[in-house]
Design a protein around this ligand. Structure first.
Ligand code: SF4
Ligand code: SF4
Ligand SMILES: [Zn+2]
Length: 643
């Protein structure tokens, strides 16, 4: 049975249809090119398929097909050159996408992160086509049916062409024509069935369509979408007439389309570009050119070298340890917004629901969690990637040249959300930049005692490895011991003992840099001097620190208590000067200077600065978790902590 999240996603899937007369994807029930009805095609959710337009994408696809079919001619027979191809990203250990041709799914384009090559795995209609044409690796088996995990022996094979190398994919069909599937070659020439289904029939469509045909076939919808987005922006502007508006421009296709719509709807509106310091080379120049060509005022927020400076404290960012978003995005944007729009603003952004499952329920208008004066709104919230590509073409918008180099998503080039396929592209296009980053990572690996496999799979991208990655590594014979790995710089807060007492955890230990730490303790609660030391009473915690730096910390929640103490220690000694605490303190009690952070007597102990600080949210939290898990494993803590 289908799981609930999947069925929900399917409902929220991009409504991609196909016109089988014109052989083009259409986002509506009627084709604007021929006027005929179209048919919905079922893609893996969220189904945000996009066209293969650039040579670099075509090369990756051809490389994968050549690998499967062995020679160019067979690959061309299977997928003739010049045919329109759509890709739809699917979950996998690295980059992967469904390949859609003639309105049918013919296979998966998969990046093998260990071999660092693109592979083609035939599925569904593609398997049917292979069996019809008798090309590539295939086997027709003398079995009534095939099912997942079943192993096909040589004696079962009536006819076929098998690969030599283990792990290669093989298209499968039963001789009775009822079932098809895909398998992989395992030991002694057997084929393990990876997936099987009731036979499909590939229907070759004669019509050759170009991308221009796709644009024309979608013209009706695009005009409707454009009109709706413009009306939405005008109404919003009327409702928030007090607020100045700007377009958040990232340099990607979605923000370019958003900028175009905002200019149509509102006339003169500035664009805000945040240079994270991690933009692909050429992006900044591209943004400046767009502003100049469209005659738009360009506001630039700059993170400068903030990432690399903060890296020395935090270690590499990870998908579940994204300190970088605060340091290179939130902090510089907040600085500019507060300076230029002190009474708030309307930020027009190009966020789309179909981009990912996580965005499926994004509202169209929202208030920024960290910048309460900022109302954000996306005119293209319900657009698909295909809408964006076709609209950009319809309106002749000039896209970032990084797309033609094969980059599918722009943004920070070392983002932990990237796949290895993305990094391979960065390395190919900008080898020197990548070499420096790799050297930084290598230093970190050796500091933390991590093996070569860790680097080969770019495992720095996770704090906790997800199940599919662990399984993949296990299958590939790679062993890793990662429990309790703490990523950031050392923290001078040592915990000697943890004890449960009356529903509270009581931790005893000592801290270094007492003189620097004590003035910041007021962010945790009321501070009282007592016998050469201090007592801090805050929400859910009581802390005493004596004159030598020995402390006793009672907390309702051990992890939260230790995180706050370690966090204040990090703020006092390792501040990365992002400035967020200074900007967002409600009583303006924080000052951040070259020397570090200070908190004055006006502080009302609200804790907002600790909540905001990336050192507290990421490094201190990570530290508290690692310390408590070590203590519970070492038997120092009682049972309550290990549960
Ligand atoms: S945000 Fe300001 S008032 Fe609140 S705890 Fe921090 S310094 Fe004090
Ligand atoms: S203490 Fe303030 S300036 Fe320093 S890292 Fe934390 S939020 Fe940024
Ligand atoms: Zn048509």
């Amino acid at each position: 049975m289908m799981g609930k999240p999947y069925s929900t996603l399917l409902r929220l899937s991009a409504p991609i249809h196909w016109c089988y007369g014109c052989n083009v994807p259409v986002l509506s029930k009627r084709c604007s090119l021929c006027g005929r009805d179209t048919m919905r095609i079922r893609l893996t959710p969220p189904g945000d398929a996009y066209p293969v337009l650039y040579d670099a994408q075509k090369r990756a696809l051809r490389e994968a097909l050549r690998g499967y079919f062995g020679d160019e001619r067979e690959a061309d027979t299977f997928l003739p050159r010049g045919k329109l191809v759509l890709l739809n990203e699917i979950p996998h250990v690295d980059a992967a996408a469904e390949v859609i041709v003639d309105g049918q799914i013919v296979g998966h384009l998969i990046f093998d992160p260990l071999a660092k090559r693109w592979r083609f795995k035939p599925v569904l209609h593609g398997v049917s086509r292979i069996l019809d044409l008798r090309v590539g690796y295939y086997a027709v088996v003398k079995l009534p049916r095939i099912a997942r995990r079943f192993e096909v022996h040589r004696s079962h094979i009536a006819e076929g062409e098998l690969p030599q190398r283990k792990g290669e994919f093989v298209a499968l069909g039963t001789a009775n024509g009822k079932f098809q599937g895909v398998g992989e070659l395992v030991r002694s020439g057997r084929i393990r069935v990876l997936k099987a289904w009731r036979s499909k029939k590939y229907v070759e469509l004669g019509a050759r369509a170009s991308f221009e045909d796709v644009v024309r076939a979608n013209a009706g919808r695009l005009e409707w979408l454009e009109g709706e987005a413009i009306e939405f922006l005008r109404e919003l502007r009327a409702k928030c007439s007090e607020r100045p508006a700007f377009v958040s421009f990232s340099g990607g296709k979605d923000s370019l389309v958003t900028l175009k719509l905002a200019l149509e709807a509102l006339g003169d509106v500035p664009m805000l570009f945040n240079d994270t310091g991690l933009e692909l080379p050429g992006t900044r120049e591209y943004v400046e050119r767009v502003a100049e060509e469209l005659g738009v005022e360009l506001i630039v927020a700059e993170a400068g070298d903030a990432f690399f400076e903060a890296y020395e404290v935090f270690g590499p960012p990870a998908r579940d340890y994204r300190w970088c978003c605060k340091v290179v995005k939130l902090a510089p944007i907040s600085r500019v917004v507060r300076r230029l729009f002190p009474r708030g603003a309307l930020s027009i952004v190009g966020v789309r629901r179909y981009e990912s499952g996580a965005r499926a329920r994004s509202p169209r208008v929202w208030v920024n969690r960290w910048l309460p004066g900022l109302i954000s709104a996306s005119p293209i919230i319900s657009w698909t990637a295909l809408d964006v590509w076709t609209y950009a073409s319809l309106r002749g918008l000039r896209l970032n040249p990084a797309y033609s180099a094969g980059f599918a998503r722009l943004g920070c080039w070392l983002c932990p959300a990237c796949d290895i396929a993305d990094f391979v592209r960065v390395e190919r296009e900008f080898p020197e930049m990548w070499r420096k980053w790799r050297a930084m990572l290598s230093r970190w690996y050796s500091l933390k005692g991590l093996s070569g496999a860790y680097g080969r799979m770019e495992l720095w991208r996770w704090r906790r490895l997800p199940g599919n990655i662990s399984r993949f590594l296990e299958k590939a014979g790679v062993r890793l011991e990662l429990r309790g790995l703490y990523r950031a710089v050392g923290v001078g807060v040592r915990v000697f003992s943890v004890r449960q007492a009356g529903g509270e955890a009581v931790m005893r230990g000592s801290l270094t840099h007492r003189e620097a730490v004590v003035p910041l303790l007021r962010t945790l609660g009321e501070v009282e001097a007592r016998g050469g030391g201090v007592v801090v009473k805050g929400e859910g915690i009581t802390l005493t620190v004596d004159a030598d730096g020995r402390f006793s910390l009672s907390a309702d929640d051990a992890k939260r208590g230790l995180k706050l103490l370690a966090g204040v220690w990090l703020r006092a000694t390792r501040c990365v000067k992002c400035g967020l605490c200074e900007q967002l303190c409600p009583t303006s009690s924080v000052r951040v200077t070259r020397g570090g952070v200070t908190v004055s007597g006006g502080c009302v102990h609200c804790g907002a600065c600790n909540e905001l600080c990336p050192l507290v949210e990421y490094a201190a939290s990570d530290y508290a978790e690692a310390v408590l898990s070590q203590l519970s494993e070492g038997g120092l803590a009682d049972g309550a902590l290990s549960s």
